[in-house]
Design a protein around this ligand. Structure first.
Ligand code: ADP
Ligand code: MG
Length: 297
């Protein structure tokens, strides 16, 4: 017997580096009208680098990095891994942390020695209500880094800003091609959904041909954005890598996880997983679905 077209398409998608979990998903992929990409770890390589450390008064660069790396040590997030790498490169061995807690889309909290350390987004850690000096200084540095298209990460020690890290990440080599292919297939430009700041998001989107950017989104904000597109008649495929993307992957018509450094929860939640480190595997799988559907119907 010849293989049913959708099963043949699943096998073919596998050869292109996409693990599609069922025939239903294989069929659905090709009906996508809009693709939503996450930024960090999806459109970018997910190997960010701490390029600058800005300590605030009372702290030296290595204090900021050592405390931040201690808190990030158990983190699954690419930014956490970058902080730990930066500390190691400078010969600092992070102190073990207790009471570690990850807050998706915001950052992490942990006890490092006798200090309470929080590492995360300016939005989460520098609320507008805090107007004392260190908070104002921290906000100025963070805005400045964001303005250059960088990701700013704030380090709070015992509820006081201790420093700001400036983090850069590289665009995936095939991000632009993937955006073009997706636009071609769906008839719509993809959108960018990110928890990062709007400047870093815009900076990246401009390089790859994405106009529609939603930044500063918490996990629920990504879900709300997906639902809004679907209410307007779109069938949305979300592509993401982090725990912060899991709710949006579940809410979408189809959810695709980037396999590389993707979190376990995200890989489980997704309908399909990109197991090769190539973003163009996403439009390739959508095209295979289209072809199989033409044979089926
Ligand atoms: P994206 O949607 O682009 O993948 P996330 O939602 O994972 O980004 O993170 C959004 C923002 O929250 C980051 O830009 C960063 O400022 C902060 N953040 C999240 N997790 C961490 C972490 N482990 N360490 C430091 N900052 C973090
Ligand atoms: Mg991500």
């Amino acid at each position: 017997a010849t293989m049913p077209p959708l099963l043949a398409a699943i096998a073919n998608a596998g050869r292109h580096g996409v693990l599609v979990k069922s025939a239903v998903v294989m069929e659905r992929l090709g009906t996508t009208t809009r693709v939503a990409f996450d930024k960090t770890g999806t459109l970018t390589r997910g190997v960010p680098r701490v390029a600058e450390i800005h300590p605030l008064p009372g702290y030296a660069e290595h204090d900021v990095l050592r405390l931040a790396a201690g808190a990030e040590h158990p983190s699954e997030h690419p930014l956490g891994a970058a902080v730990v790498r930066a500390a190691r490169e400078r010969g600092l061995s992070p102190t073990a942390a207790d009471d570690f807690e990850a807050r998706p889309g915001r950052g992490v909290t942990a006890r490092v020695g006798d200090r309470l350390v929080e590492v995360g987004s300016p939005g989460a850690l520098l609320p507008p209500g805090r107007t004392d000096g260190a908070f104002v200084d921290a906000r100025t540095v963070a805005d400045d880094l964001a303005g250059s298209g960088w990701t700013a990460v704030v380090v709070l020690v015992d509820d006081r800003p201790a420093g700001i890290l400036g983090i850069t990440d590289q665009l995936r080599a095939d991000a632009r091609d993937a955006v073009a292919a997706v636009t071609d297939l769906t008839g719509h430009q993809p959108v960018l959904l990110t928890g990062d700041n709007p400047y870093a998001a815009r900076h990246l989107a401009d390089q790859i041909g994405i106009d529609d950017v939603r930044a500063g989104l918490l996990p629920d904000g990504k879900v709300a954005a997906v639902r809004a597109y679907e209410r307007a008649g779109d069938r949305v495929t979300v592509v993401g890598d982090g725990i912060n993307d899991a709710p949006a992957l579940a809410a979408a018509h189809t959810g695709i996880a980037m396999g590389g450094a993707g979190s376990d929860l995200t890989l489980q939640t997704a309908d399909a997983v990109v197991v090769r480190d190539e973003l163009t595997a996403v439009p390739a799988a959508m095209a295979l679905s289209r072809r199989a559907r033409r044979v089926v119907v």
